[in-house]
Design a protein around this ligand. Structure first.
Ligand code: DGY
Length: 319
């Protein structure tokens, strides 16, 4: 008998076909409105899961999932997994690093540029019929080239963003919990200090309890009225209430946000503001990259049930 796999949300049909060569697949190709109860009940019927990085796998869920052996996230982020709880129950956790690095860095940089140069605001201006004549002071933006950039998180994607910034002659510094020996950019141990030194602050650090509200009112104040925040990490990394206030009062210049505290709910106050570029968690969203992420999740599931080492266990599950 083939192991039984649940695919939590719609995915490319060819991935389902390939999964079917290894597994008995329950695919949810019409987006399911999971509640904690329906998700737990569905997951409990399977040996493995291909998850999209947003379905919780924690003690409460696992209590009902006695057959479950592996959850393969299609995303690099795995803050939906309670890894210690999974490990206690012998459920392996995998994610999908590397394959989305460059695509996500492209998007982080695109958000930075869009916020700095008011691209979406300018587009709204034209669409609203407001462009009557050309004037010198129309929608002035901030320079990106030659400016200063602070990156919060210097993993693969942080380094890929830095590579792009270097091509724009930006002066790059970074903040992580501890300094990296393999990175030559300036390390700033205190996040408030980093924010006070840069024009652009880009968050690309893992989500979860360890980074919750890392970018708080104090950090935003330090970033100041000429500073921009870009978040391609997780919504939880920013104190969203403090950010809305900073944008409303223009105590920071602007923001580019791909992630939010309670997705897909984006607060109305944020949607009203012109000095923020908003996108619906699509930083890794090219067809090629999403297919590569799917293929990696599939490869992890296939390896596990073939008794081989998985390709990309989450760091806590590496031996
Ligand atoms: C990731 O892979 O973590 C991206 O944020 C997409 O979910």
């Amino acid at each position: 008998m083939k192991p039984s796999i649940i695919v939590s949300r719609p995915i490319y049909p060819e991935v389902i076909e390939r999964l079917r060569t290894h597994f008995d697949v329950t695919a949810h190709q019409t987006d399911p409105e999971w509640t904690p109860q329906t998700w737990t009940q569905a997951l409990s019927q399977h040996d493995g899961a291909l998850t999209m990085g947003i379905e919780p796998v924690n003690d409460t869920v696992l209590a009902a999932c006695k057959r479950l052996r592996i959850c393969a996230n299609l995303s690099v982020g795995y803050n939906n997994f309670d890894v210690p709880a999974m490990t206690r129950q012998g459920v392996l956790a995998t994610n999908a690093p590397d394959v989305l690095t460059e695509t996500t860095a492209d998007f982080g940089f695109a958000l930075l540029m869009a916020a700095a140069r008011r691209v979406t605001e300018a587009e709204r201006y034209i669409r609203a019929g407001q462009w009557q004549k050309w004037t010198l002071d129309m929608l002035p933006g901030m320079a990106v080239h030659g400016s200063t950039l602070g990156i919060i998180g210097m993993g693969r994607i942080g380094q890929a963003i830095a590579k792009r910034a270097a091509a724009f002659d930006m002066d790059i510094s970074y903040h992580t919990r501890s300094q990296r020996a393999d990175v030559a950019y300036k390390y700033v141990a205190n996040l408030v200090d980093l924010a006070s030194q840069v024009d652009y602050l880009v968050a690309i650090t893992p989500g979860g309890a360890g980074t919750k509200n890392l970018i708080n009112a104090e950090v935003l104040k330090a970033l100041g009225p000429q500073g921009f925040l870009v978040n391609v990490a997780r919504g939880s990394v920013v104190d969203q209430t403090a950010l809305i206030e900073a944008l409303q009062k223009k105590t920071i210049a602007g923001a580019g946000l791909d992630v939010f505290v309670d997705e897909p709910n984006v607060p109305a106050e944020l949607r009203k503001l012109d000095n923020v570029v908003l996108t619906p968690h699509i930083a890794s969203g090219t067809v090629e990259t999403r297919k590569a992420m799917s293929a990696l999740a599939l490869a992890n599931l296939a390896a596990h049930f073939a008794g081989e080492p998985v390709k990309t266990p989450v760091p806590e599950c590496r031996t």
